[in-house]
Design a protein. Structure first.
Lengths: 114, 113
C-alpha cells in the first residue's frame, strides 16, 4: 500500500458524459500528479499540483481539468467524454521538496467510456 | 523534449534465468532515473531509483540497475528471475526533483516456472 488512495476504482460511463476522479495523497505530500495509461499512448503525464497551485501541465486535453483542495486531495474532471478517453488514470504524490523525491502511485481508476 | 526508450516490448524467460531490460533516455542535463514495476491488476511500485552517486543502484526484490551516463542508459538487471517477477516494468526519468516523470512504453516480463 503506497498511502495514495483513489476513488472510484472503476467507472463506466457513456460518451458525452462528465466524470470526476478523486485522489488523496500520502500524508505530508504536497505534490499531486495525474497520469493516464492507455494501450496506445502508454503512461503519460497530465497535470501536477503543488500545495493547491497548478505547477505543470503535460498532455492534458482542454476537456480535462483538475484542482487541488486545501486538504491537498485532488480531483480530475473529464468532460465531453469520448471512446478514446477510456484508460487507467493514476494519481501519484510526492513531498515536492527541492531534494530528491520519489512519486508514490495510487491504485488507479479504470475509466471505460461506452 | 525528453523521451525514454525501452528496447524490449515483451521478454519471456524461464525461472532462474538472468534478466536485463534496456532503458535509454534523451536528455543532456542532470537526470533522476527510476524503474517501476506493475504487477497484474496493481499499481506502480518503485523498484529502484538513481539521483546521484554510485551508478550501480540496488533496489528491492534483488533488482539492480546501472547508470551509464555516456550511453544515456539505465538498464535493469536481476541475476535469477522468479515466476513472481512476471509483471510490466517501466523506466522513467525526470530532470529535477518535484517534476513529472517521463515514462518508457514498458516491458512485459513473463516468467515460466
Amino acid at each position: 500500500d503506497s498511502g495514495v488512495t483513489q476513488t472510484p476504482k472503476h467507472l463506466i460511463t457513456a460518451t458525452g458524459q462528465r466524470v470526476t476522479l478523486r485522489c488523496s495523497p500520502r500524508s505530508g505530500d504536497l505534490s499531486v500528479y495525474w497520469y493516464q495509461q492507455s494501450l496506445d499512448q502508454g503512461l503519460q503525464f497530465l497535470i501536477q499540483y503543488y500545495n493547491g497551485e497548478e505547477r505543470a501541465k503535460g498532455n492534458i486535453l482542454e476537456r480535462f481539468s483538475a484542482q487541488q483542495f486545501p486538504d491537498l486531495h485532488s480531483e480530475l474532471n473529464l468532460s465531453s467524454l469520448e471512446l478514446g478517453d477510456s484508460a487507467l488514470y493514476f494519481c501519484a504524490s510526492s513531498e515536492g521538496t527541492s531534494g530528491p523525491d520519489e512519486q508514490f502511485f495510487g491504485p488507479g481508476t479504470r475509466l471505460t467510456v461506452l | 523534449a525528453q523521451s525514454v526508450s525501452q528496447h524490449n516490448h515483451h521478454v519471456i524467460l524461464s525461472e532462474a534465468a538472468s534478466l536485463e531490460l534496456g532503458c535509454n533516455y534523451s536528455y543532456g542535463g542532470t537526470v533522476n532515473l527510476f524503474w517501476y514495476v506493475q504487477y497484474p491488476g496493481q499499481h506502480l511500485q518503485l523498484l529502484l531509483k538513481y539521483f546521484s552517486g554510485d551508478p550501480l543502484v540496488k533496489g528491492i526484490k534483488g533488482f539492480e540497475a546501472e547508470f551509464i551516463k555516456s550511453k544515456f542508459s539505465f538498464n535493469l538487471r536481476k541475476p535469477s528471475v522468479q515466476w513472481s517477477d512476471t509483471a510490466e516494468y517501466f523506466c522513467a526519468v525526470n530532470h529535477q526533483a518535484g517534476t513529472a516523470l517521463i515514462f518508457g512504453k514498458g516491458t512485459t516480463l513473463s516468467v515460466s516456472s
